[in-house]
Ligand binder design. Structure first.
Ligand code: MRU
Length: 357
């Protein structure tokens, strides 16, 4: 792999809205494993490098994973076309499979690969420019969707309040602006956010490292808490909403998101706090009738047994490390998308939302 670059060397500002940059035929990713300590861009030139960047969490967050994979298809197609111009689409299937296997829960990955694969299948001649245009379009559409859903979500917050968020569903996790943090950004701009309580989000600390970084950059007051503190914080009062993103939403409105989301939803219902899920329609999987059909990624035990590369758990202990859970639709008050808001989601309402275009 080539050397990492600093933002200035790429000619961009170091901020969460510039997490994916295409320059001189390469994809540069702001490495989310090192933020906020180091802001470095990793250059990627092959589908294998892109798949590795996704599975090793250099890029994470459902929409960001999908967009990264779309750029990965551009890199793969360029290489396959150079190798075998008459049959590059056949070879590309291996790259689509490799990219698709990088992380299983975020459905945006499969969605983006299907869209790129469909376009590639009908192409004559050198595919690079047209596939790049499609990846850029997908990137831009995601940013626009997030601004729209951010505004729609903000309209639901009618009185100034503190909110809780979990993991990172910000600009870093998307093409830009963010989903849950998009709602928070829009609501903050309207004067409706007093403070954000961000769960630190073990074991990768997306809340502590990424959400807090994004909110501090936007001058939104943020307090970190361990996720075990959330119920106690709700009992203290003053929390109007829990606002989270999603990795996959089933046809009945069950929501897969970062492990711990379900516990937050249970606590929110118990304390009379409203629960909002913000996600673009590319996060819906209407083939999954309900949440039991959503594959849940289980990652290495060492992520839990170790901290910063050193073992902290007792020798001999095992770990259970599912990295997502499913929140049942009946605990969700609102799903906010770029096409509109679904209150108290169920199969009929979601089918109507997805039928609109
Ligand atoms: O394991 P991660 O960091 O990829 O998990 C991310 C989340 O759970 C996000 O909440 C989700 O992808 C929505 S991002 C807009």
């Amino acid at each position: 792999m080539n050397a990492c670059l600093q933002a200035a060397e790429l000619g961009v500002e170091l901020n969460a809205d510039n997490a994916m940059v295409w320059r001189n035929g390469r994809l540069y990713l702001l490495d989310q494993r090192h933020l906020p300590e180091r802001g470095e861009y990793v250059p990627l030139e092959t589908a294998a490098e892109v798949a590795d960047a996704i599975s090793s969490m250099r890029v994470r967050g459902a929409p960001a994973i999908g967009i990264t994979a779309a750029y990965g298809v551009v890199l793969a197609a360029r290489q396959r076309f150079a190798e075998r111009p008459a049959d590059w689409q056949g070879l590309l299937q291996q790259d689509l499979a490799l990219l698709g296997a990088a992380r299983p829960t975020a459905v945006n990955l499969a969605w983006a690969l299907e869209r790129m694969g469909r376009l590639a299948a009908d192409m004559q001649g050198n595919p690079e420019d047209r596939l790049l245009a499609e990846a850029r379009r997908m990137h831009q559409e995601d940013i626009e969707a997030n601004h729209r859903l951010g505004d729609l979500g903000a309209e639901l917050i009618r009185k100034k309040t503190a909110v809780i968020t979990h993991c990172n569903a910000g600009a870093l996790a998307t093409g830009g602006y963010g989903t849950a943090l998009g709602v928070i950004r829009s609501a903050f701009a309207r004067g409706m956010i007093e403070r954000v309580y961000a769960d630190e989000t073990r074991p990768w600390l997306q809340g502590a490292r990424l959400t807090a970084w994004e909110l501090v950059q936007d001058a939104v007051p943020v307090s970190l808490m361990v996720e075990g503190a959330a119920a106690a914080r709700m009992r203290e009062g003053g929390i109007g909403w829990v606002i989270v993103g999603a990795d996959r939403i089933a046809a009945n409105g069950d929501v897969a998101n970062k492990i711990g989301t379900y516990a937050l939803a249970v606590a929110a219902r118990h304390h009379g706090v409203k629960f909002m899920v913000a996600a673009p329609t590319s996060t819906f999987d209407i083939k999954a009738i309900n949440g039991s059909m959503i594959p849940i990624e289980v990652r290495a035990s060492d992520e839990v047994l170790c901290y910063a590369g050193s073992r902290v758990a007792a020798r001999g202990a095992h770990a259970w490390n599912p990295v997502f859970d499913v929140t049942p639709a009946n605990l969700v008050d609102a799903i906010v998308t770029e096409r509109g808001v679904v209150m108290q989601p169920d199969t009929g309402k979601i089918a109507r939302l997805m039928a609109e275009d």
